[in-house]
Ligand binder design. Structure first.
Ligand SMILES: Nc1nc2c(ncn2[C@@H]2O[C@H](COP(=O)(O)OP(=O)(O)OP(=O)(O)O)[C@@H](O)[C@H]2O)c(=O)[nH]1
Ligand SMILES: [Zn+2]
Length: 209
């Protein structure tokens, strides 16, 4: 599979496959809270005021939440109608954390595929994005992981993923390029090889190449 270590239930139940990320151990929130307090004080931010007293605990909780991908069932159905045109879920919200600064990047993902023998429950396209976003990431890897994972699990004729996101490490600090966004894409199978399909997909996402 493309990146990440996922455990999947051996026996699919009713066309569903349980997807659980077992690549990381559970969070030690008490240790994270202590570290967050030390971190803030080391930066000269006192944590003894009423407003900041609970902040180290909140920081620990907040990052634990950002790094905890939710398990989901990958539900698929037989493609009884032989549907062979593009299925495109647009503007799926993306929220992740860049692995270089641990600052959020947010935006949208457009996820499309050309069905083969099976079609996928539409919400699962958003769940796959959410799943791989729940860890320190770079946008390029996130894009490839979503596309590669769908290609491996669904065996479609083609898969396309476009992500457009704002990296706060680049807009709020550092170069402070306020308003700039980054677009990444992965195209696989027919969506990569066939010019007409590729254009249709990119036009559908609003990305023109
Ligand atoms: N390719 C890629 N780069 C990213 C992503 N998120 C953050 N970065 C970049 O990671 C790089 C880290 O560069 P460094 O020079 O080590 O860090 P820095 O000194 O904080 O760099 P500046 O942000 O330029 O101040 C920066 O250029 C970030 O913009 C991402 O998803 N993909
Ligand atoms: Zn960053």
């Amino acid at each position: 599979m493309a990146g990440g270590v996922l455990h999947e239930a051996k026996r699919p139940v009713g066309g569903a496959l349980r997807v659980i990320d077992e690549s990381r151990g559970g969070a030690d929130l008490a240790a994270a809270e202590r570290a967050a307090g030390d971190f803030l004080r080391a930066l000269g931010v006192p944590t003894d005021s009423a407003g900041l007293r609970e902040t180290p605990a909140r920081m620990a909780q907040a990052y634990a939440e950002l790094f905890a991908p939710r398990p989901f069932d990958l539900t698929t159905f037989p493609n009884d109608e032989g549907y062979d045109e593009l299925v495109l879920a647009r503007a799926i919200p993306v929220r992740s954390v860049c692995e270089h600064h641990l600052l959020p990047f947010t935006g949208v993902a457009h996820v499309g595929y050309l069905p083969g023998d099976r079609i996928v429950g539409l919400s699962k396209l958003a769940r796959v994005v959410e799943h791989f976003a729940g860890r320190p990431q770079v946008q390029e890897r996130l894009t490839r992981q979503v596309a590669g994972w769908l290609a491996d699990r669904l065996h479609p004729a083609g898969v396309g993923v476009v992500i457009e996101a704002e990296h706060t490490c680049m807009t709020l600090r550092g170069v402070r390029a306020a308003g700039s966004t980054t677009v990444t894409s992965t195209l696989l199978g027919v969506l990569r090889a066939d010019d007409r399909s590729r254009q249709e997909f990119l036009a559908g996402t609003g990305t023109h190449r």
